[in-house]
Design a protein around this ligand. Structure first.
Ligand code: PFF
Length: 475
């Protein structure tokens, strides 16, 4: 149930519901699809160790910082940042953190919709497959039973060769996201987050156990958890780890500011931040442990890139008794996980447009949705018609990046950390100390540790990683 605060802002009906919704934003394709892709292309263990360090030392303190800005402000992300700056006697220009974030999140949604479109494709094919299995009187058979693993892995290249279908799927996802946001986020998201996210979590654990049994679990463990310090220092790995931490925890874009605004005054934000970060990281690791045993089992290269998840899990469902049912359930729930994240991506700009220009929610959502779809065409077509285009070869690390890679990389590795950097300086040094401390819900040593991380570790580490990312020759 959703009620209204005196300020007219709707609030989550309970503390648990707020945590679930924020976790719903955090847990999405970033965990299932992007984490394994990045871990695979950045050397496995080298990346995973850096990723966990980035989550604990940088992302977690920032998660608390963002949610407190939101709860204190009770406005759009930019409005909340301006409000806290004014109350602290500082320039409203600090809202730059939310402006950069708004641009980043809207840009992320453009390619997020493309990958979510691939998920819809697998919802469709696995539904058709299950219908076939039921028709054949064998509903408990594996997924795509008539196909070999090689044929299953061909599904992605075949999809990529069909730009019209790719664009149609992307459009379908954007329409779904716009529809939910236009109706008002809270009700729908809260229901989805309360029931579907936990269901998804248990299903994922089941799939991981199965993958561990049939796949090469030992090779996956070695790949993901053997630290390789030399590889960790190679250009790109550090900024990939930081970018993934921001992306996966929905940080830097303002989503946590926006959702913080819905948290009640009784919510202890220090505690909830810890729970959200823990759950999100857990899901990413579990997804990695589902995917990599299959990678080695079917003899794929871990650095296969964005198709990795879609070429491994269907192969596991193929071998699994009942795989036709499990496969369909997995992709449907993955689609919900993607939606609970994409609505938080779209809500940032929609919330701001409503506040700033006084237009209706539906109008704002549709207008931005059209923009997101059009820009998203660049990403959708990166796998076929525009495959040869390299839009930003002059930025180190992006020499070979397609539009898809470029928009993903620039937002994740540059814009989100940049916004996080401004947030850390603002909260650590500029914003009213008493007010900020009171919002955290932390005391004593915990508060001291958080203040140290947000004021010193976050700004210095993020600056260093940004500089090293742009000038790899310094390493
Ligand atoms: N955290 C989401 C995921 O892991 O899929 C993606 C995301 C959502 C990023 C919201 C940024 C954001 F503001």
């Amino acid at each position: 149930m959703v009620s209204s605060s005196p300020a007219g802002q709707a609030q989550w009906s309970s503390k648990a519901a707020f945590i679930l919704a924020a976790t719903g934003s955090a847990v999405g394709l970033g965990n299932l699809w992007r984490f394994p892709t990045e871990a695979g292309t950045n050397g496995g263990g080298a990346f995973v160790i850096l990723y966990i360090l980035c989550v604990v030392l940088i992302a977690l303190p920032l998660l608390l910082a963002e949610s407190l800005i939101g709860r204190h402000g009770q406005r759009s992300t930019i409005g909340s940042a301006v409000h806290l700056a004014r109350q602290s006697g500082a320039s409203p220009a600090w809202s730059l953190l939310a402006i950069v974030g708004l641009i980043a999140n809207t840009a992320i949604l453009t390619f997020y919709g493309v990958v979510a479109g691939w998920v819809i494709y697998f919802v469709g094919t696995s539904a058709a497959d299950l219908a076939g299995a039921i028709g054949a009187g064998d509903p408990l058979r594996g997924a795509y039973a008539e196909q070999s693993v090689a044929q299953i892995q061909e599904m992605m290249p075949t999809l990529f060769a069909n730009p019209v279908l790719l664009v149609g799927l992307q459009l379908a996802f954007v329409v779904l996201t716009v529809w939910i946001v236009a109706r008002g986020v809270k009700g729908g998201i809260e229901a989805a987050a309360t029931w579907l996210m936990p269901a998804f979590f248990f299903l994922l654990i089941g799939i991981t156990v199965y993958a561990a049994i049939i796949g090469d679990f030992a090779a996956a463990l070695t790949f993901l958890f053997t630290p390789d310090f030399e590889r960790a220092l190679q250009p790109g790995v550090l900024s990939a780890a930081l970018g993934q931490a921001f992306f996966s925890l929905s940080l830097g874009g303002g989503a946590m500011i926006a959702y913080g605004a819905y948290a009640s005054r009784e919510t202890n934000l220090g505690q909830t931040s810890g729970m959200i970060a823990f759950a999100d990281t857990g899901v990413a690791i579990i997804a990695g442990l589902a995917i990599f045993p299959i990678v080695f089992f079917v003899g794929m290269e871990p650095n296969a890139g964005p198709t990795l998840m879609f070429q491994t899990l269907p192969a596991a469902f193929n071998a699994m008794p009942g795989g036709a049912i499990v496969g369909l359930a997995f992709f449907v729930l993955a689609l919900f996980a993607a939606l609970t994240s994409s609505v938080s991506l779209l809500e940032i700009s929609v919330g701001w447009v409503i506040e700033k220009f006084g237009v209706g929610r539906a109008k704002a959502a549709i207008g931005i949705g059209v923009l997101v779809f059009l820009v998203g065409l660049l990403s959708a077509l990166s796998f076929n018609v525009l495959a040869d285009q390299r839009p930003i070869p002059f930025i180190p690390g992006f020499e070979n990046a397609t539009w898809f890679d470029a928009i993903d990389g620039v937002t994740g590795k540059l814009l989100l950390p940049l916004s996080g950097l401004i947030t850390a300086i603002f909260i650590g040094w500029v914003a009213d100390r008493k007010l900020v401390n009171a919002e955290t819900g932390l005391k004593g040593g915990g508060l001291g540790a958080w203040r140290f991380l947000i004021a010193w570790v976050c700004p210095l580490a993020v600056t260093a990683i940004l500089v090293l990312g742009l000038f790899p020759q310094l390493l």
